[in-house]
Design a protein around this ligand. Structure first.
Ligand SMILES: Cc1cc2ncn([C@H]3O[C@H](COP(=O)(O)O)[C@@H](O)[C@H]3O)c2cc1C
Ligand SMILES: O=C(O)c1cccnc1
Length: 361
C-alpha cells in the first residue's frame, strides 16, 4: 500500500462516545450552558478527534508551509513575478515573514516544504526538500500535473503530517506559498464544490479589474480544456478526485490535501488556513469524507472561493479579519482559540466540584 492508501484507510469518523461525553462535560462546567458558543463545539470536536474527553491540549503545534510554482502564472493572473515563491521560502527560513511573526506569537514551529518550487533552493534550517517537479504545467492549456505527480505530492503531505506527529506535535496547521496559486484554488473550488468561476475567482494578491476578468476566463478555460463541467461538482470518488486535482490543482494543493489526510489518519486536529487550504481540503474530503471531521477552519479569507469551500465542507471559520495572505497566517491566529477551547475542558470547575448552584438546583 502507498502512504496515501494507508492514510485514507486509517481515517475514521470522529468518536461519537467521546463527543457525547464532551458535550455532557461542557454542560457541567461553571458557566451557563452554551455560553462559550463555537468554542464549545471546537472542544467537543477535539474530543471526538482524540477519542477521549477531555482531549489533549493541541500543543505543541506545527505549521507546514508547502511551496510550489504554477505554470498558469504565464497567463498574467498574478501581478507578482514567479521568483517571489523561492524568495519567500528564503524569507520563511530566515524568520522574516508574517507567518514567522504569528508563529512566534503562538509558539508554533515552522517547517517549509519545497514540493514544487521552480528553482533549486539552497539548503536552509527548517526547509525540507521534497520537490516533485519544477512547478506545474499551465492548467489553462491542459492538465497541470500528471496523475503520478499529483499522487507523489499528496504523499509528500501525508509524510510531512506523519513526521510532525511522530516528532510529538499534537496539532497541525496548513500553510502555502506559491505565486498564482489562488487561480488553481479557484479552479479546484469550481471542480469540487460545483461553483461558477465568476463567483469564486478572487483578486489574490491584489489585481485590477481587467486582470480579474482575465483570471476568471483562465479558470473557465482550465475547466473546459480539462473536461471538468462548470458548476457541476465532480463525482466524489478517488479516481475522479485525483484526475481533477491533477488537472487544475497545484503541487502545494495536493500536498496540503495529503497533509490533511495524514493528520486525520493520526487523529490529530488540522487547522486550515485560507483559500488554498480550503480548496485542498475539498480534495481531501473527496478522497476521504471523514477527514473533514478532523479539520478546524482557522479563518475565512477575503477570497470568495474560500467561503464557497467552507460552505461545501460544512466548516465554520473561527476568525474573520479580511486576511488575504496565506502562508498559514489565518490558521496561526486561530490556534490560541483552539487551545483556549480545550483548556476550558481541563481547568474549569464543575458545578458539583465548585459548590456552585446549577440553575435548576
Ligand atoms: C510577498 C508575498 C508574500 C506572500 N505570502 C503569501 N502569499 C500568497 O500570495 C500568493 C497567491 O496570490 P496570487 O494568486 O495573486 O499570486 C501565494 O504565494 C500565497 O501564498 C504571498 C504573496 C506575495 C507577493
Ligand atoms: O486566502 C488566502 O489564503 C490567500 C488570499 C490571497 C493570496 N494568498 C492567499
Amino acid at each position: 500500500m502507498t502512504p496515501l492508501d494507508e492514510a485514507i484507510d486509517a481515517i475514521r469518523p470522529i468518536d461519537a462516545r467521546a463527543i457525547a461525553e464532551a458535550r455532557a462535560h461542557q454542560d457541567r462546567l461553571t458557566k451557563p450552558r452554551g455560553s462559550l458558543g463555537v468554542l464549545e463545539d471546537v472542544a467537543v470536536q477535539l474530543s471526538g478527534i482524540a477519542g477521549v474527553c477531555p482531549p489533549p491540549m493541541p500543543v505543541p503545534a506545527a505549521l507546514a508551509i508547502f511551496a510550489a510554482d504554477h505554470g498558469v502564472h504565464a497567463q498574467g493572473v498574478s501581478p507578482w513575478p514567479q521568483e517571489v515563491t523561492a524568495q519567500m521560502v528564503a524569507n520563511f527560513t530566515a524568520g522574516g515573514a508574517v507567518a514567522n511573526a504569528f508563529a512566534a506569537q503562538a509558539g508554533v514551529s515552522v517547517t517549509v516544504v519545497d514540493v514544487g518550487v521552480a528553482a533549486d533552493l539552497p539548503p536552509a534550517p527548517g526547509l525540507v526538500s521534497r520537490k516533485v517537479a519544477y512547478g506545474t504545467a499551465d492548467l489553462s492549456q491542459g492538465p497541470a500535473m500528471t496523475p503520478d505527480q499529483a499522487a507523489e505530492a499528496l504523499a509528500v503531505g501525508v509524510r510531512t503530517a506523519r513526521d510532525l506527529v511522530a516528532a510529538g506535535n499534537r496539532c497541525l496547521i496548513t500553510g502555502d506559498m506559491g505565486i498564482a496559486n489562488t487561480t488553481a484554488s479557484a479552479a479546484l473550488v469550481c471542480a469540487f464544490a460545483g461553483r461558477e468561476p465568476a463567483g469564486v475567482t478572487g483578486r489574490g494578491t491584489g489585481i485590477d479589474d481587467e486582470t480579474h476578468l482575465r483570471k476568471i476566463e483562465v479558470v473557465r478555460r482550465a475547466l473546459r480544456v480539462n473536461g471538468i463541467p462548470e458548476a457541476g461538482a465532480v463525482q466524489e470518488g478517488r479516481d475522479a478526485a485525483l484526475r481533477a486535482l491533477a488537472a487544475v490543482g497545484g503541487l502545494e494543493h495536493a500536498a496540503i490535501a495529503g497533509f490533511v489526510l495524514g493528520g486525520a489518519a493520526a487523529r490529530v486536529p488540522v487547522v486550515l488556513d485560507g483559500v488554498i487550504a480550503g480548496s485542498a481540503a475539498l480534495v481531501a474530503a473527496a478522497l476521504a469524507p471523514d477527514a473533514v471531521g478532523h479539520c478546524v477552519a482557522g479563518h475565512r479569507s477575503a477570497e470568495p472561493g474560500h467561503a464557497a469551500a467552507l460552505t461545501h465542507l460544512g466548516l465554520r471559520p473561527l476568525v474573520d479579519l479580511e486576511l488575504r495572505l496565506g502562508e498559514g497566517t489565518g490558521g496561526l491566529l486561530a490556534h490560541p482559540l483552539v487551545s483556549a477551547a480545550v483548556r476550558v475542558m481541563h481547568d474549569v470547575a464543575t458545578f458539583d466540584s465548585a459548590g456552585v448552584a446549577d440553575k435548576d438546583g
